[in-house]
Design a protein around this ligand. Structure first.
Ligand code: HEM
Length: 163
């Protein structure tokens, strides 16, 4: 029962998060150097409130619920770790988007936002990779070397802590 609720929360939050990561660069790219005050204010309201009140809280909830799911489902398996690497990239993209949102305010009138196309291409490819991993649950090779998983019975390189 709890699993159903946490997974539902995870999916609802990640839909909002991913939608925001696609929408925000598109809206930001509508800004222009020397745009009219009314246009600037309208876009700024959407990007600032969208980022701070919707997309960032959704990201936090998606990651918190996902972390709880790892333990509820016990999925300590290679596809899950590969998914986490891809999710890390989404977090970097989230940060980059927030940086542009801030620059639009701090360097108002002189800053032209970057083209949304390259960022969107990387974002959509990363989301596709995450979904392929979590829905396909492919059997990936375990890349951890055996010596990291077995006791080596060696002495510590330092003196034992005095008691
Ligand atoms: C740190 C972030 C995340 C963590 C820790 C996490 C973890 C998890 C875990 C443990 C599950 C349960 C897997 C299972 O039931 O076998 C799950 C389900 C799922 N996750 Fe995530 N996730 C994260 C982010 C994301 C993102 C960003 C997406 C999409 C872009 C996503 C898409 C999904 C989907 C679609 C499911 C349902 C899969 C199913 O029921 O078969 N997750 N997640």
């Amino acid at each position: 029962m709890i699993l159903t609720w946490v997974k539902g929360l995870h999916i609802a939050a990640l839909i909002l998060w991913c939608a925001g990561l696609v929408a925000l660069p598109l809206v930001l790219s509508k800004h222009d150097v020397g745009e009219r005050q009314a246009d600037y204010a309208r876009l700024r309201r959407i990007t600032h409130y969208g980022y701070t009140r919707i997309v960032t809280p959704a990201a936090v909830i998606a990651i918190a619920a996902g972390t709880a799911l790892i333990f509820l489902r016990g999925v300590f398996v290679p596809w899950m770790f590969a998914k986490l690497v891809a999710v890390g990239l989404l977090v970097v993209i989230h940060g980059l988007t927030g940086h542009v949102v801030v620059l639009m305010s701090e360097r108002r009138g002189e800053y032209a936002p970057p083209s949304s196309k390259p960022l969107l291409a990387v974002t959509l490819a990363t989301m596709t990779a995450v979904l392929t991993l979590v829905l396909g649950k492919p059997v990936l090779p375990d890349l951890v070397p055996a010596w990291l998983k077995t006791p080596q019975h060696r002495q510590l390189p330092v003196e034992a802590t005095p008691t």
